[in-house]
Design a protein around this ligand. Structure first.
Ligand code: ZN
Length: 304
């Protein structure tokens, strides 16, 4: 159990912040779940891993993402402190372990996990990280989403609260869902956006593509207004202005690397040219992160 958890964590950390973090074991006992009230009985929870969104209805609760399995008791306690009502649905934004680790224990509690169908397929088969080669093993059957959808939008409702799920094809992965709670004007993006002002991994080995990342962020700019509270996959609560900055970075990176790709430059040549050097100065954590990001964008164009 510990071994599987560590592997999942290493995978997520490597995808997100570079291999160095994958070496750091997490002391789960020290993680604190913090709750931010977004108004209209809607909350953002932070701990370790992807941010969680919670919407409380008249007789049940919807949550978006569930972090890591070892945090399940703490997340449950944090939600119980908000409301004694049962959690009916747990929506997965994508398959990475720092977002879906809670699937097994929450479903054992009777919660129904809802996700785009590629999440079920990838969790059942196991996956390989395109940057590190690290393998994530198949998850236990109880951790697979019980309800899935394929494309477009789908509503999930509990006690009068409606979560509108929309699938964006080939973005951070090939199974991304973003969630909008219109009654609270709260948008949960998963890892198609972060509010760290840092590059966000594109999991090209599992269907990720910078063009889908751009499409997702363009959808957010359309659905959001200046009052929208945006729960990013990672980082603090965001606004539409934060999405605009992130979107500009994506478009610049896409334009430069797509041009080089179309000129027939190899991956090695493009990485050596450092086409994003000016962005790297602030958007990357270190040189390895910068190199990997260029590689992720380049590999987006190998998909088609
Ligand atoms: Zn992710």
């Amino acid at each position: 159990m510990l071994r599987i958890t560590s592997a999942a964590l290493g995978f997520a950390a490597a995808m997100f912040a570079g291999a160095a973090l994958a070496q750091q074991p997490i002391d789960w006992d020290k993680i604190e779940i913090k709750t931010i009230d977004l108004g209209n009985k809607t909350y953002m929870l932070t701990g370790q891993g992807g941010n969680i969104t919670v919407a409380v209805g008249s007789d049940a609760i919807i949550m978006v993402d569930g972090q890591f399995a070892p945090l399940h008791p703490k997340i449950k306690a944090a939600i119980a402190a908000i409301s004694p009502l049962p959690i009916k649905y747990l929506i997965n934004t994508h398959y990475h372990g720092d977002h879906v680790g809670g699937n097994g224990p929450f479903q054992a509690d009777g919660v129904i996990v809802v996700a785009q169908d590629n999440i079920r397929v990838r969790l059942a088969a196991g996956t390989t990280n395109g940057i590190t080669g690290a393998k994530a093993p198949p998850v236990a059957p109880g951790a697979l989403p019980k309800e899935t959808y394929v494309g477009g939008s789908r509503n999930v409702e509990a006690g009068g609260r409606v979560a509108k799920l929309t699938h964006v094809t080939n973005a951070h992965t090939d199974g991304d869902t973003w969630v909008y709670f219109a009654d609270a004007n709260v948008l949960a993006t998963g890892d198609t956006f972060n509010n760290l002002k840092k590059y966000q991994a594109i999991d090209f080995a599992n269907g990720g593509d910078v063009r889908g990342m751009i499409a997702a962020n363009e959808a957010y700019l359309k659905v959001a207004n200046d009052n929208t509270r945006i729960v990013p996959g990672h980082g603090g609560l965001a606004t539409k202005a934060d999405v605009a900055v992130f979107h500009n970075m994506l478009v610049t990176a896409r334009d430069r690397i797509e041009k080089l790709f179309n000129e027939g430059k190899s991956e090695e040549e493009v990485i050596a040219m450092k086409p994003l050097a000016d962005l790297d100065a602030t958007w990357s954590n270190n040189e390895e992160h910068a190199r990997n990001y260029t590689k992720m964008i380049y590999n987006s164009f190998r998909r088609s």
